[in-house]
Write a protein that binds this ligand. Structure first.
Ligand code: CA
Length: 231
């Protein structure tokens, strides 16, 4: 697998050093910036495979960095946040983050999230054969093109939301446990993924609610998981 070049935008020297050491130990290329503006500049000039972006930066809000970056690039971004409120995470995901890590996070957690991005980058061009188009009510998913349509209009979803939609739609009608979905999306079954999953389902539901059809596509099974209903 190609060695990823990763840009870290983080003002805390200790966290930056930990990430750099971890990445270099595991064979990743690493560059770092201590502030938003220099980070943004590096991201656009060096075009890294992945950006790890701290939300609390000295010169500008990390969300602002993320939005600026998204105007110009689709490179994967994992947001690092000390903020525990779900709304901040939703905001980061809505602004185009692919994933987030809440501080303090473990080295293993960081590496696992990076591997998820790495796998996604590796399989983007080689989708599994099988059903090519999924239609359910106003929702249409073109697996070949990686496109989602609602009422015939293209619907913007983040890469993580798309993976969730694929897992749910390919298993439409079945109740899927948090563990199952977590394994499908992240390749592991960590308890902490349940919180991430809730955030992704929330943002995805909000987008699907824009449909003229008021019925709910994703059913919650409290304490168990989710099911995509066949409408
Ligand atoms: Ca910070």
């Amino acid at each position: 697998m190609k060695k990823l070049d990763i840009l870290v935008i983080e003002d805390d020297p200790a966290v930056r050093k930990l990430i750099r050491t971890t990445l270099e130990t595991h064979g990743y290329g690493c560059e770092s910036a201590e502030a938003g503006e220099t980070g943004l500049m590096l991201a656009l000039s060096r075009n890294p495979d992945l950006v790890l972006l701290d939300l609390g930066l000295p010169d500008m809000d990390g969300l602002e960095v993320l939005r600026d970056l998204r105007e110009k690039s689709n490179m994967p971004v994992i947001v690092l946040t000390a903020r525990s409120e779900v709304s901040d995470k939703i905001q980061a995901l809505d602004s185009g983050a692919d994933d987030y890590l809440t501080k303090p996070f473990s080295v293993e957690e960081l590496l696992a999230r990076i591997r998820v991005i790495q796998r996604r980058l590796a399989v983007t061009q080689t989708r599994l054969p099988g059903e090519e188009v999924f239609v359910n009510g106003s929702l249409k998913i073109d697996y070949m093109q990686g496109m989602v349509y609602l009422d015939g209009e293209p619907l913007h979803v983040t890469p993580s939301e798309y993976r969730l939609l694929c897992v749910l739609s390919r298993n439409a009608g079945r109740v899927l446990t948090y563990r199952y979905i977590s394994r499908e999306i992240w390749g592991n079954e960590w308890e902490s993924n349940i919180a991430s999953l809730r955030v992704f389902v929330t943002t995805l539901r909000k987008k699907l609610e824009k449909s003229g059809d008021s019925r709910s596509y994703i059913q919650t099974h409290v304490g168990v998981g989710y099911r995509m209903l066949r409408l």
